[in-house]
Design a binder for this molecule. Structure first.
Ligand code: HEM
Length: 155
């Protein structure tokens, strides 16, 4: 039992596995977009609000800080991909906040769709099926842990 922390024992491990190769692909992409991350976030939120229009009113009118916060969080998650404890503790914190915001699972799905759409648009032909698969695996892991964290939250 010694190798399992209390947290791991309480919860099933993520059903989604991000392989070593996928971690490398996600990191390469993220590094490449870093200089244009504000523009990326802008495009991302535009798409997200098209897919989930009712989510718009949950955010402040001015999204500048929000864009940076989102990109910082993605950076932290990408950095923690090979550290499951750290990955989960980031998600737990976000899950806690987002349960308070009243985020729904369909909004979470739209968030992932908007992310892949924006990556596709940002990278064009160089967003290969393998890279797409790698990001889809990352978001599936985020979504899985987020749903768990939100469900654990008292309402
Ligand atoms: C798993 C994907 C998501 C990540 C990584 C994420 C990340 C973040 C971060 C980092 C913040 C800033 C928190 C702070 O101010 O300290 C935030 C705020 C927020 N997020 Fe998310 N988010 C996600 C999904 C969603 C979804 C699906 C919704 C649905 C509407 C949502 C709604 C909000 C709202 C309403 C705020 C507060 C905005 C404000 O204070 O004006 N998020 N999110």
């Amino acid at each position: 039992m010694g190798s399992f922390s209390d947290r791991q024992r309480r919860r099933p491990t993520a059903a989604v596995v991000v392989t070593k190769e996928q971690i490398g692909q996600v990191r390469d992409c993220f590094d490449a977009m870093r200089p244009l991350r504000r523009e990326f976030a802008e495009e991302f939120y535009r798409r997200f609000f098209e897919l989930a229009p009712y989510a718009r009113n949950m955010f402040a009118q001015d999204m500048e800080q929000q864009k940076l916060k989102l990109m910082d969080t993605i950076a932290a998650l990408v950095g923690a991909l090979d550290n499951p404890e750290m990955f989960r503790s980031i998600i737990e914190q976000i899950g806690h906040q987002h349960a308070q915001f009243g985020v729904t699972s369909s909004q979470l799905a739209a968030f992932g769709d908007a992310l892949l759409w924006s990556l596709d648009r940002h990278f064009g032909a160089s967003f290969t099926p393998e890279r797409r698969q790698a990001w889809a695996a990352l978001y599936a892991a985020v979504q899985y842990d987020m749903v768990q964290a939100m469900a654990a939250e008292p309402r």
